[in-house]
Write a protein that binds this ligand. Sequence first.
Ligand code: ADP
Ligand code: MG
Length: 268
Amino acid sequence: PSTGPDGARRRILAVANQKGGVGKTTTTINLAAALAEQGRRVLIVDLDPQGNASTGLGIEAARRERSSYDLLVGQEEAAGLVQPTAQANLSVIPATGDLASADVELVDDPSRARRLQRSLRDPGLLADWDYIVIDCPPSLNLLTVNAMAAADAVLVPLQCEFFAMEGLSQLLTTIKEIRRGLNPGLAIEGVVLTMYDRRNNLSDLVARDVRANLGDVVYRTVIPRNVRLSEAPSYALPAIVYDSNSTGSLAYRALARELLERGARAAA
Ligand code: ADP
Ligand code: MG
């Protein structure tokens, strides 16, 4: 159990939702950046073969020769794969396309679902980072299962759209299955509503419906639809850095504070 400013914080977070385009990568980058800004040492593990988090953090191709593929498939030590970003306290293990074939390459390994767990739950590594945030691919495949097996908790971004809840039961079922076998302690860190549009009544209806169904697990903080959040990756920076006072940046800072508060309350 960890002590320190965040009490019994959950340190390894898997940002997961098998739907694509719901804000996983945007949440990973900006929540991590906001935690880093507040003095936490944060490592992002990009576990999506698309590598959007790595691109958004400015890790060019030449710096991706060593990647999360080497962590997962090669079982190389994480510490040797970490790349710095433009922001203090924020580093990343980038992803490359070869991750996409990891499930095929590992098919004969009976403990293939525990590879990331073995790599990340290393006291030496955990001593270096306050938070490790894993950006999952849009699927409940072996990569996401590895992330959930390694994580203390799952953080679920949910887009404020009509079918927001659709697919959530499948995600919750997967979490239960992981608890039964690979990772009994896996918690749900929280559900964060993303791309909220206050001019659109539907956003509000969806937000209320999700809260009625899921209760306190849903963060009070809602992430608005904000063009700065979508522009920032093309400048290879978190929005938190690219436009520090944009509504998106302010929202992710509030989310970071809420996450830290929840951790402190859980410890009390
Ligand atoms: P995922 O990782 O779940 O596939 P992304 O974080 O990549 O989702 O988001 C999908 C797209 O929507 C990206 O182009 C991203 O820039 C954009 N986006 C994400 N969150 C927001 C937001 N709150 N406001 C505006 N655009 C957003
Ligand atoms: Mg993504």
